[in-house]
Design a protein around this ligand. Sequence first.
Ligand code: NAP
Length: 253
Amino acid sequence: MFNLEGKVAVVTGANTGIGQGIAVALAQAGADIAAVGRSEATETADLIHAMGRKCELVSADLSTIAPVDDVVEQTVSSFGKLDILVNNAGVIRREDALNFSEEDWDTVMDTNLKSLFFLCQSAARHMVGWASRDGDRGKIINIASMLTFQGGIRVPSYTASKSGVGGLTKLLANEWAAKGINVNAIAPGYIATNNTAALQADETRNRQILERIPEGRWGEPSDIGGAAVFLASKAADYVQGHILAVDGGWLAR
Ligand code: NAP
């Protein structure tokens, strides 16, 4: 049920952090990977090649939607198809709401929400051509956040974008379920990556965060991989519009 052999997955932002953790986990489950991003995912490709899986690097700066159709076309021309899309690339800007700039608003919304939507659209246009035939389904997994559920502080555009990712995931599930595509999201808790380096480095915030996590530790990128394999696999064929928290219990507290 969890075997992804013969599947092709696009993972955006696959060079580091959660994207790398997901790409490696999908490859471990058998998938070939198109590693998409503005920085070359050479380390990720090495890890995947070492498992005997294919990994193609696709260069794309997702701060605009210009490269979106190319990402899908390049993947299909390299591998012959695209079964799984993981929209992981994302940015964060921290500033008091009173001082927040239009630039920090647009950068985060354009990358985290606009490019995510148009990548979903482009991938789904490919998937509807084959999905449902032979019982195979297309799988789209969006990376949400605790700030899909909570307000957060000093990250207004990030909270708006990730709340948007939650709503969009449900809308797309409603529209595309009958077309053979599953659309779900993963909401990571506090994961030790570049995105959270500033929080980890702040002694007070770091302590406050750890005190609230029932697991008592920061998550690792590999902690997200299993959820991605599940949502990408046949095991999740009847899971739609779900936002799966992988948070060490953060939301339960
Ligand atoms: P990260 O290490 O900073 O990774 C972010 C990834 O997105 C990098 O690969 C980055 O590429 C890529 N990216 C950013 N802007 C891009 C652009 N314009 N074009 C193409 N790629 C771009 O942080 P992360 O924690 O792994 O974040 C991955 C996802 O998880 C994000 O959507 C983030 O919001 C989400 N998330 C993280 C946490 C957490 O605690 N870490 C919690 C909830 C959700 P570069 O390396 O080139 O910058």
